[in-house]
Design a protein around this ligand. Structure first.
Ligand SMILES: [Cu+2]
Length: 167
């Protein structure tokens, strides 16, 4: 077959484009994987979790996909770690993370953590209390519960930081 060189390039480009589209379609297994704002700089985060917590591991994957560099520490002493990192009892969830002096408790979306780092409010950190179904790391098919991300300070004051209902 005699294909004009120009057509060959177009064909090649089309194939490449199709490959990229197909790859991203396969990788898109969670609404939370959609690209969010890039981090201003490489950002390391330490995540503490119990070795038996599966959804904690999936949250770590979510944060990695969103550009965070994760150091994972598995521990059975989660209560002591939460206390040390200033998580109020009422807000406790599964895993606890530490990033740039802030504490992140539970299944908080990466976009909220990025907003926290960008705006630098005076606070201890963010929490997504409980284990909301549908939140990053807690995906269960189409079930997406509405949930709030709270910001808390050392005095135990909490305020709503973000609301996730339509995702
Ligand atoms: Cu969890």
């Amino acid at each position: 077959m005699n294909i004009h060189p120009m057509e060959r390039i177009v064909l090649k480009k089309t194939f490449l484009l199709l490959t990229i589209v197909m790859q991203s379609a396969c990788a898109e297994n969670s609404a939370w994987d959609k690209p969010t704002a890039a981090l201003a700089e490489p950002t390391g985060m330490t995540v503490y979790r119990s070795p038996s917590c599966g959804c904690c591991g999936q949250w770590v994957t979510h944060m990695q996909k969103q550009g965070f560099t994760i150091k994972e520490i598995q521990s059975e002493q989660m209560d002591a770690i939460k206390q040390k990192l200033g998580v109020p009892k009422a807000l406790q969830s599964c895993h606890t993370a530490s990033v740039k002096g802030y504490t992140v408790e539970g299944h908080v979306p990466a976009a909220d953590v990025k907003k926290l780092l960008l705006t630098q409010p005076k606070a201890t950190g963010l929490a997504a209390p409980g284990m909301p179904t549908g939140s990053p790391g807690m995906e269960m098919g189409g079930r997406k519960d509405k949930f709030s991300v709270l910001i808390f300070d050392p005095q135990g004051h909490t305020e709503r930081f973000a609301e996730h209902s339509d995702y």
